[in-house]
Design a protein around this ligand. Structure first.
Ligand SMILES: [Fe+2]
Ligand SMILES: [Fe+2]
Length: 271
C-alpha cells in the first residue's frame, strides 16, 4: 500500500459526465455517502488502533495508518465531487448528505466500538465485491462514459479500495477472533448496506426528479426504462460478489484481483 495524490478536475466536470444520464445518476446518488463515510472509517480505525499492541500488532498498525491516509485522500476528492453536483443543479444533495452525517455521528456516539468496526467492514467488503465491476470497465460502459474526470476519479478510488481491502477485516479478526469476527462482519454488512440505501435512494430520486422536470412524457418513460435497466444490470453484476462477506472463511486477500487493477495501480503510481 502506498499513498497516491492523483489530480482530477472535478470542479469543471458535469453531473451528466456519461451519456447514460440515469446510470450516472445512480453513481452520483452514491456520491453523498463517500466523503463522510471515509471520515468515519478513519475515526473508527483510530479508536481500534488504541486497542492493538504496538509491538505485536506493529504491521497491522502500519496498515491502519496507510489505510487512513488513503481514505483521507478519497474523502478530499469525493467532497469536491459532491460540491460540483450541488453547484450544478442539485443543491439539496448537501442537505441529504447532512442527514447521513448525523447518522454516522450518532453511531459513533451511541454504538459500541465493535459495532462501528463491523459497520466499517460492511462497507469495505462492498468495495472488494464491487471492485471488479468498476475496474474491468462494466460501470463505465453502463454509464456510457467517454473518459470523464468523474469516472477516472472513481476508478482510482476503487483501485485503492481493492488494495486496502483486508485492513478492516484484519482488525476485526485480531480484536475479536475468527468466530466473533464472522458474526460481526455479517452484522456489519447487513447494517451498512441497508443503511446506505436509506440515503442513496432518496438522493437518486431527487436527482432524477430534477432531470425529468424538463422532459416530455415520452422522454420520462424512456428515462424510467434506462433507470431500471441500469439498476438491474448493476444488481446482477454485484449479486454474487456481495455474498462473499457472509461466508465463514471470507478472506479479502483471497479475492482474485480484477482485470485492469494492476494497470490502474501503475497509471496512478506517484511520479
Ligand atoms: Fe475509500
Ligand atoms: Fe476503503
Amino acid at each position: 500500500m502506498i499513498i497516491r495524490f492523483p489530480e482530477f478536475d472535478l470542479a469543471n466536470a458535469t453531473p451528466h459526465w456519461g451519456d447514460n444520464h440515469e446510470a450516472c445518476a445512480i453513481i452520483n446518488s452514491g456520491a453523498i455517502i463517500v466523503p463522510e463515510i471515509e471520515r468515519y472509517l478513519i475515526k473508527v480505525m483510530r479508536q481500534a488502533a488504541e486497542l492493538l499492541d504496538p509491538v505485536r500488532d506493529a504491521d497491522l498498525l502500519q496498515d491502519i495508518d496507510l489505510f487512513n491516509r488513503q481514505e483521507g485522500q478519497h474523502r478530499k476528492l469525493h467532497a469536491e465531487l459532491v460540491t460540483m453536483l450541488a453547484n450544478n443543479g442539485y443543491p439539496k444533495l448537501k442537505e441529504l448528505e447532512a442527514g447521513f452525517i448525523a447518522d454516522l455521528n450518532g453511531f459513533l456516539a451511541e454504538k459500541p466500538l465493535e459495532w462501528n468496526i463491523a459497520y466499517c467492514e460492511g462497507f469495505e467488503s462492498s468495495g472488494t465485491a464491487l471492485a471488479e465491476g468498476w475496474l474491468d470497465g462494466h460501470v463505465a460502459a453502463l454509464c456510457e462514459d467517454r473518459g470523464s474526470e468523474v469516472m477516472r476519479m472513481w476508478m482510482w478510488h476503487m483501485t485503492e479500495e481493492f488494495e486496502h481491502r483486508s485492513v478492516v477485516h484484519d482488525v476485526l479478526e485480531r480484536l475479536y477472533g475468527p468466530d466473533k469476527a464472522f458474526e460481526l462482519r455479517c452484522l456489519g454488512a447487513t447494517e451498512n448496506r441497508a443503511h446506505l440505501g436509506t440515503h442513496s435512494y432518496p438522493a437518486l430520486q431527487y436527482i432524477l426528479e430534477i432531470d425529468r422536470a424538463s422532459m416530455t412524457p415520452d422522454e420520462v418513460a424512456d428515462s424510467l426504462l434506462r433507470e431500471q435497466q441500469a439498476i438491474t444490470a448493476m444488481m446482477a453484476r454485484n449479486a454474487e460478489p456481495n455474498t462473499w462477506v457472509f461466508q465463514p472463511g471470507y478472506d479479502p486477500r483471497a479475492v482474485t484481483a480484477p482485470a485492469g487493477w494492476a494497470g490502474l495501480l501503475e497509471e496512478y503510481a506517484p511520479a
